[in-house]
Structure formats: C-alpha cells, structure tokens
Design a protein around this ligand. Sequence first.
Ligand SMILES: CC(C)(COP(=O)(O)OP(=O)(O)OC[C@H]1O[C@@H](n2cnc3c(N)ncnc32)[C@H](O)[C@@H]1OP(=O)(O)O)[C@@H](O)C(=O)NCCC(=O)NCCS
Length: 143
Amino acid sequence: MIIRAGKKEDLKFLPELLMKSYKGIEEYGEESIDKARRYIDELYDEDPKCFFVAELEGEIVGFVFCNRFWYSKFEHSQVGEINEIVVIPAHHHEGIGKELLEAAMHQLQTDKVELWVGANNKNAIEFYKSIGFVEKEHTEKWI
Ligand SMILES: CC(C)(COP(=O)(O)OP(=O)(O)OC[C@H]1O[C@@H](n2cnc3c(N)ncnc32)[C@H](O)[C@@H]1OP(=O)(O)O)[C@@H](O)C(=O)NCCC(=O)NCCS
C-alpha cells in the first residue's frame, strides 16, 4: 500500500468509494453519487495540494482532503482542517486511515488541526481519539 499525493485524474474514482464507505452512517454521507461527485470536486478545489490517496495494487482504497487555509471560528485564527477521510470498508483496521491522516497533518504543517465528526459516527470518533484529537466542549468540532 502506498500513500501518494492525489491528482485531478484520481477524482473520478472517489464518489463510489465515498458512497460505499458511508454505508450504515448515511446521515453523514451524500444522498447520491452525483452529489458525492460535486462534493469531492469542491473539496479538491478548496486546496488541491492537500489531497492524498492510498493505493493498493493500483487501486485507490482511501483518500483524505485537507485545507491549509481554514479559518477557525473557535480559535479565531487560521488552522488546518481535515475535510474528509475515507477508507473502503474491506480495508478498515489496516492502518490506512492513520497513514492518510498523517500525510494530511504533515502537509498542514501546524499542530492546530480541526475537523467535524458526526456525534453518531462512533468508529470515526474512536479513530480520531486514537490519533490524539480531543473534543471541543459543547460542540461536535474536534481539534
Ligand atoms: C474513520 C476511518 C477513515 C478509519 O479508517 P481505518 O483505516 O479503518 O483506520 P485505521 O486502521 O488507521 O485505525 C487507526 C486506529 O483508529 C482506531 N479505530 C479505527 N476504527 C475503529 C473502530 N471502528 N472502532 C474503534 N477504534 C477504531 C483504532 O485505535 C485504530 O488502531 P488499531 O487498529 O491499532 O486498533 C474509516 O472507518 C472510514 O472510512 N469510515 C467511514 C467514513 C468516515 O466516517 N470518515 C470520517 C468522517 S468525519
């Protein structure tokens, strides 16, 4: 498995991966593959250099989008943001999410990193906790 910088040509593979990865937690996913495509294009446009994919035997099995220019209303300053991270269910618990997140954090070049996670998305919450993120009081924003 390799983690590499994402390319514009990779985007077409991501909507299906996103739809599959949000099975069971649809309330936090996208309603349709078309909406997923638009969402992914928007994430890419926010900061094209803050996009990494995990590739296994030539196939993309996970991705992360981050943003180096996010303005935090909690910190009242610019921080790094993790916008989306997804690993295909068949490859969960193999350390791929952690490696993707580490690539994004390295690119963000700050120890102030925020993300939003749904309160019922227990797996992702445990994942972020394991990396060292802590919950901001009375919000669903993590830093
Ligand atoms: C969250 C997600 C990206 C994690 O990816 P992953 O590749 O399975 O995570 P990793 O294997 O790198 O896990 C790293 C650590 O996180 C924790 N963790 C990950 N998944 C967990 C789970 N389901 N339950 C408890 N802890 C979990 C563990 O401590 C794990 O370390 P360990 O395997 O040594 O115990 C993946 O579950 C996913 O794609 N979920 C659907 C999309 C999503 O919710 N994205 C986040 C949006 S905010």
